[in-house]
Every structure is written in C-alpha cells, then in structure tokens.
Design a protein around this ligand. Sequence first.
Ligand code: PLP
Length: 400
Amino acid sequence: MQIRKSNQGFNFDKYPTFEKDIDPKQRAWIEVKGKAIETNVRELRSKLSKNCQLMAVVKADGYGHDAKVVSDYAIKGGALQLGVATLKEGIKLRSSGVTKPILILGNLYTKRDLIISFKNDLMPTISSMRECLICNNIGRYFGLKFPLHLKVDTGMSRLGFECNKFVQQFEKIKSFENITIEGIYSHLSSADEENSLNPKSSTQLQKIKFQELLKQINNIYKNHNIKIHLANSAAMLLNKDFHFHMVRVGLSMYGYSPLSKMDGNLSLKPALFLKAKVAFIRNIDKGVSVSYGGKFVSSRKTKLAVLSIGYADGVPRSLSGKIKVIHNNKLYPQVGSITMDQMMVDITDSSEIKIGTTMLLLGSDGDKVISPVDWARESNTIPWEILCSFKNRLPRVQVD
Ligand SMILES: Cc1ncc(COP(=O)(O)O)c(C=O)c1O
C-alpha cells in the first residue's frame, strides 16, 4: 500500500486489462471518412445518364474500408444496390441491417449455398443452366420466385454464360416460373487501359458483343424490369455508352480514378487515411545500416522514427525505401526494409516528431497527398490490390 501511494497519484488499478480496452489508435489504424463515400457517390451519380442507377461495390470488406460503413454512406449518397463477392459478405451486411438489394458477384454453385442466399434475400450471379435450374427448384420448393442476375461472358473468360449460346439458353430460362431475372450483366476486362476509347480496343469490342446480344433478346427483356449493366468505375467514366440501366462502381467511390487521364470536372475525395504511431526514436551515426539486409546505410548522422506498422498490416514490403510519410504537411522518407511490424523513417529534419506522434502513410494533409495509386505504381501492382491488402490487425476507425 505504501508503494502505491508513492506513485504521484497514478492509479495503476484503474488501468484496463481487456482487449476491448485497447485504444484503436494505439499503434496503427485506418480512418474511414464515411462522408467522402457519400460525396463521391453523389458526384458519380451526377455523371450518369438519365435513369441509370448506381450499385456500390463493397466486396472485400468495402475494399478494406469496412463494408458496413461504406454501404451506409453509399446508400445515403444514393446507391440503390450493393455488390459483394461472397455469401458471407452478403449475410454480414443483411444481419447488420442493410435492406437494399444485394448482388453476389462471385459464383455460388451448390444447392446449399444458393438456398442460404435465397433465405438471406441475396441475389446470386448465375453463369450456367445448371445453376439456373437449381434456383428454379429452390423457388418452386418455397412457392416463391428466386431473384437473380444472369451473367454473360463477353471477353473476360471468368464467370458467365457463353455469349454464343446465351440467346438459345435464354429462351428456356425465361420459361422458368420460379425465378425472377432481375438483371443481365457482363464484366469488362480492360476498361482502365489507355486505349479504351479506341473503336478496336477490347473494351469497345466487349461492349459491342454485349449490345448485339441484347438486341437478339430485346423483345424478351424489354417487357420485363430487367436491369442491364456492364460498367465498372473505368467504363462509367469513359463514356455514357457504357451506362445502360446500372453501373457497378468500386474504386471511384472510394475516391480514386482508375483512369490515368482523370476528367477535370470530376472531384473525388479519398475516404481512407492510413496512420501509425512512432513507437521509438533513435539517433545513428553516419555509415550505420538500417533494418534487415542492411540495404540502407546512413549517409549522415540520422534521426530515425520507428513507426508501428509493417507488412503484416498490409504495407507491401516491395515498397521498402520507396515511400514517404507525412507529418504536419511535411514529407519524410521511409528507409531500409519494411519489417513485419515496423518500418523506419528518416526524421532528421524534424524537431517536433516524438515518441507517440501520429504519422500519415496514405491520405492527405495540407497540400501533401499520398494515394494507393502512388503505392501501386511503386510496387508494380494496382490500387485495388493495395486497398484489399490491409489486414484486420489495423482497426478501422470511422471519422466524419
Ligand atoms: C463484377 C465486378 N463489377 C464491378 C467491379 C467494380 O470495379 P471498380 O472497382 O473498378 O469500379 C468489380 C471489381 O472488381 C467486379 O468484379
């Protein structure tokens, strides 16, 4: 008791002991600006052709942002449908209270999975007659109609009915009494490539293939309320020919353009801010190596901040020595190999960064901006992969 009293009023007993008591901003975290998602959806909708709806693609936990937060704000911004990749992602959204139509963009091929999808009011993507028959049987068993979207392959060679055989198969499918065809869609393989407006590009050829197919089933689908959709973010931004009844947007809704030439009239706001705390500061002499493999050797007396984030959090190791980190509108170079849980930053030029200071890895501060598009370029990948690589170890903190 005597010892406790001598601790200058610091009550050790009051300190938390449970995992839930840990401050989410204790080490490294992602801040998600829901308002930015809402604004981006509004902005994107303002570019759509008349009567074209927006589906918010929230698969992979909302491209790493938190699918529930993204869905709520996308709906506020006017998204009328949501797209997920898996059954689990769909059920999670349903059980968190999301009521808008949800399309599963991945494939469900077992009776069991399709029943679960039906019972959770999730629309599956159907790529074959076999899957279609299962859905019709499920609908018949429950005395209801199973709502679903049919997918046709126009050049991606992934999911979807074979384009050449679809017209004939559609004749049969439309006679199924226990399904509702809510949509017919296809997916583009290369809409974000530079040449996509060239009439000979694969993007244009895919669109033509899709349009020709629609022409052949025109008199059938026109009389029903079937939604036709083709565009992802890139195609949506390319031109209105891709819009049809609905667009499925992911990357642009999160604030990044998939096109290298961004429409000057389009204003998108990044919704994700990646931050980490300085856990330690050390001073090293000239000629001292830093991190695994000694790939970086100081060329002067250097002050290093050890930042609490590494490749186990989802920062690609291939970015070692290629990125900068922001503090108070100033950029500091990351040096040496990025390790599993930490990385070192050269803060020699700063007197204000201390242990416990927060630094910004992705996002904007004043006029300094670092985007997943920059990281993707440096690590030879695509911004989608950067966003989807962030692990659960990083708490998602919603800020507005
Ligand atoms: C079928 C489908 N539609 C739409 C999207 C959204 O694409 P983007 O993020 O480029 O807008 C994706 C993403 O991969 C997809 O797989």
